[in-house]
Design a protein around this ligand. Structure first.
Ligand SMILES: Cc1cc2nc3c(=O)[nH]c(=O)nc-3n(C[C@H](O)[C@H](O)[C@H](O)COP(=O)(O)OP(=O)(O)OC[C@H]3O[C@@H](n4cnc5c(N)ncnc54)[C@H](O)[C@@H]3O)c2cc1C
Length: 395
């Protein structure tokens, strides 16, 4: 039997607060290794407002830091091989993985950043091509290259998949490996000095434990506060619009326009969205239709002339669990509370990082160290230490 790390005594309960894709991925990998009893506390088992239900569910290799690239390299291999990782009782999850790539477009002013990122990506083995406007026009005849100085196209391991199906598959797998899912809301985390010792639920029940994982998505700050620590995570509303285009756009990847507007195919329609440069915490879920009229539609029509005749087919809003400190995941034990773990702040890339984060967090909880992929650049302790670790490619 695997021994739990000193932070979680052998055989102790690990309580995971939040059973979305991150909490369920951690529960799965803890179950795979064995050695701890795992309880997942989830306030809403319908997941109606969870980020994992409202995600764009895309995966890219084009990050600006080695650790995020490595997480995506593992993420794509995991998704491609989901059958061997996530099958339960012969039932294999259908994740509908497609890999048409990401295309980042840059103006002349933005080109140096694209080139710097390109060099980082190549150093880490990412198959990515820098294309000039003529090559872009040749490859994607439906694309206007007006104002475009270059584009970075991912050639392998980038695309999209059914994120909610991945979350459910992790949940199912975790349960098959022994995790108990409890329908309840964590309202307090008890401490004995510099250790957490129990989680209290809204119905008055109490779960004694050897370790707690904060996997509460956009509510991570509130859960951290229950234990008396801080994570700089805010809920930031992001809207996704569904449109139909009268023309086919052959080979269309996920395009990130120079305006910051992104779009990608979804079946015979397209999804499109945009992250406002400045916004504040917002737990609302109403769609900002003005964003579509004022920002998204004009950008789409300028970049793809066929989109001038697009038709709207709906929209939804969800929450990024936005790390205001440096827009990267916050992982691992809190420095002042070593058996309280963060798995927070993914800022728009938690779905694709869930396999690598699940595996790494299980290693850290069970062994006190990362054993496969070193995730220490993402250590939550960097916040208190005032050492930001920035990701430049945030969509
Ligand atoms: C519009 C949109 C587009 C996105 N696009 C992408 C993308 O293309 N690629 C990508 O990788 N990522 C994307 N993301 C981000 C990704 O979806 C998230 O990073 C990921 O789903 C986070 O998972 P989570 O488990 O941390 O959070 P959640 O899925 O929100 O799960 C947290 C769970 O914790 C529960 N909870 C909270 N507080 C408590 C409590 N006190 N007690 C009990 N339970 C509690 C909640 O009910 C919830 O179910 C997108 C997100 C949005 C909103």
């Amino acid at each position: 039997m695997t021994m739990c790390a000193p932070s979680a005594p052998p055989g102790a309960d690990v309580v995971i607060i939040g059973g979305g894709v991150i909490g369920s991925a951690i529960a799965t990998f803890l179950g795979r290794e064995g050695g701890c009893r795992v309880t997942v506390v989830e306030r809403d088992p319908t997941y109606a407002t969870a980020s994992s239900s409202l995600s764009g569910s895309s995966i890219r290799q084009q990050f600006s830091t080695g650790v995020n690239i490595a997480l995506s390299q593992y993420g794509i291999s995991f998704l491609r091989d989901a059958a061997s990782h996530l099958t339960v009782d012969g039932d294999t999850p259908a994740l509908a993985l497609r890999e048409p790539g990401y295309l980042y477009l840059a103006t002349a002013a933005g080109l140096p950043v694209l080139e710097t990122n390109h060099a980082v990506q190549r150093r880490h083995g990412v198959a990515v091509a820098l294309l000039g406007p003529a090559e872009l026009g040749e490859r994607f005849p439906w694309l206007s290259t007006e104002g475009v100085a270059g584009g970075s196209l991912g050639l392998d391991g980038e695309g999209w998949f059914d994120g909610p199906a991945l979350m459910q598959a992790f949940r199912r797998k975790a349960r098959s490996l022994g995790a108990a899912y409890i329908h309840g809301e964590a309202v307090a985390v008890e401490r004995e000095g510099a250790r957490v010792s129990a989680v209290r639920l809204a119905d008055g029940s109490r779960i004694a434990c050897g370790a707690v994982v904060n996997a509460a998505g956009p509510r991570a700050r509130a859960v951290a506060a229950m234990a008396g620590v801080h994570v700089p995570v805010e809920a930031r509303k992001r809207c996704v619009f569904i449109v139909a285009c009268p023309d086919a756009l052959p080979g269309c990847p996920l395009v990130v326009d120079t305006s910051g507007v992104w779009f990608r195919p979804e079946g015979n329609r397209f999804l499109a969205g945009w992250s406002p440069p400045e916004d504040a915490e917002d737990f609302g879920l109403e769609v900002d239709h003005g964003v579509f009229d004022d920002v998204i539609w004009p950008a789409l029509a300028a970049r793809v002339p066929a989109f001038e005749r697009l038709r709207g087919h709906g929209a939804w809003a969800g929450h990024y669990e936005y790390n205001t400190f440096d827009q990267n995941a916050l992982l691992g034990p809190h420095p002042e509370l070593p058996n309280f773990y963060a798995a927070n702040g993914f800022s728009g890339h938690g779905m694709q990082q869930s396999p690598g984060v699940g595996r790494g967090m299980a290693e850290m909880i069970l062994h006190g160290e990362y054993r496969t992929l070193d995730l220490s650049d993402l250590d939550v302790g960097r916040v208190a230490a005032g050492r930001p670790f920035r990701e430049l490619n945030v969509i």
